[in-house]
Design a protein. Sequence first.
Length: 257
Amino acid sequence: MAVRKIIVASSKGGVGKSTVALGVAAALNSLGKKVLLFDLDFENKCLDLFLGATDSVVFDISDVAAGRVPPRRAVLGNRDGLYFVAAPGRTDESFDAKAAAEAAKKIIEAFDVDFAVFDTGTAHGVPEALAKTFPDAEALVVASHQATSTRGAERTAKLLDDAGVTDSRLVVCGYETGSAHKKQRSGILGIIDDSKVPLIGAVPYDRSLMISHERGVRMKPSSPAWRAFKNTARRLLGENVRLFDGIESIDRKKIIG
């Protein structure tokens, strides 16, 4: 079966792309899928920190692109089937978005996995290069709960569409239920209207998520953010899952509108 490629993208920095990329990859893995997670945010790499793997990284994707190591040498993995490819600490002129996409293709072909998830930055044209290299890819467009961010999601989806990825869906990261309930910020329906991108997931603001990233440890299974990522992963797998399903702290009726 063909590997499903998921490009995680946004036109704005600081909205939670890396958080969503890791969360969705880990959730898919917890559901029995083998996943390759790529850090392709060359300006602000952080997935190695989130995974607690900084000291374990010896080679990165630029080493594969330059032919210094075979594809498998640049991959860190665990017994459960979650594999990680780090972004380079620094790059030279020969390593660009196209080279990164081609190296990612070689790595994917060397592994038997179900999903490849790409964390991308806002510069260097990485999402477009991935779209051209993987015409069958799909995208998760990430936005925060701020109106400017959700509106920018439409621009990101159009950029990907122009590059050939027509299947884009929205993930809202850091959804503030209290603000939505008080009408200080848009509810889910308002976000969909502003972004004009089909919604597949909303991750509530969760302080424990930030702590797990800082410490480089796994998210707690009981945390609202983890349950939201599991819901998103289940939707990616074709399940009909209600938004905020299993998150007892959220009253769906008060925050949807």
